[in-house]
Ligand binder design. Structure first.
Ligand code: MN
Length: 227
């Protein structure tokens, strides 16, 4: 048994519906600009290829956890997303084999310090500080799932007002294609989560906001932004 110089960090985990065992998180990959209308609202071009960024595994916030307003921003944005949870992986996974790697799906919010992201874009700097900060990945329980990926409504409301309302079927790159593309860049493995991009309607959150997200057939996510 390996001796550590101090106790190793606890593995971040996400609850699974109907199970007492939890899903251990290895990595979090995220797809940028995967819905045409959001791609346009962010100033992109529909022909842009997909791209990925990452959040640390310990950015997940399980249901009921605190989502504090992060420091060093005045423009925290919500991005409602379908999240894919993998229990198998590999490299260069063909599209036809990709859905066999899926353990289930969850509802997630890709919280974004938009002001820092815009500054990073202007300077050609990385997005880690704008995307991968503490508690930047609130997530619902995972629903186990086999077969075709969810296609239905994806929506988020803030204090009861609907902000984003679209359908997963509008994704430019579907779940199987995303897994396949990601596996060309990284060796995927059990425990990986992939945030699949957000539709149009992203906008700011402030302390005290009550956020409620859903993906039809997958579940709901609710949290309050604390000071
Ligand atoms: Mn996103």
């Amino acid at each position: 048994m390996t001796a550590y110089v101090f106790a190793p960090p606890i593995t971040p985990a996400v609850p699974v519906e109907g199970e007492t065992a939890v899903f251990p998180v290895r990595r979090i990959l995220c797809v940028g600009r995967n819905y045409a209308a959001h791609r346009r609202e962010m100033g992109g071009d529909d022909r842009d290829p997909p791209f990925f960024f990452a959040k640390p595994a310990d950015a997940v916030v399980s249901p009921g956890g605190a989502v504090p307003y992060p420091p060093r921003t005045a423009n925290l944005h919500h991005e409602i997303e379908l999240v894919v949870a993998l229990n198998a992986g590999g490299k260069d996974i063909p599209v036809e084999a990709a859905l066999a790697c899926v353990y289930g799906y969850a509802v997630g919010v890709d919280l974004t310090r938009r002001d820092l992201q815009n500054a990073a874009k202007d300077k050609g700097q990385p997005w880690d500080a704008s995307k991968g900060f503490d508690a930047s990945a609130p997530i619902s329980a995972i629903r186990q799932w086999t077969g075709e990926a969810p296609q239905g409504r994806i929506a988020i409301s803030v204090n009861g007002q609907v902000r984003q309302d679209a359908v997963v079927a509008d994704m430019i790159w579907n779940v199987a294609e995303i897994i396949s593309e990601a596996s060309k860049l990284w060796t995927l493995a059990p425990g990986d989560l992939i945030f699949t991009g957000t539709p149009e309607g992203v906008g700011p959150l402030v302390p005290g906001d009550v956020v409620a997200g859903e993906v039809e057939g997958v579940g709901q996510l609710q949290f309050t932004v604390t000071p």
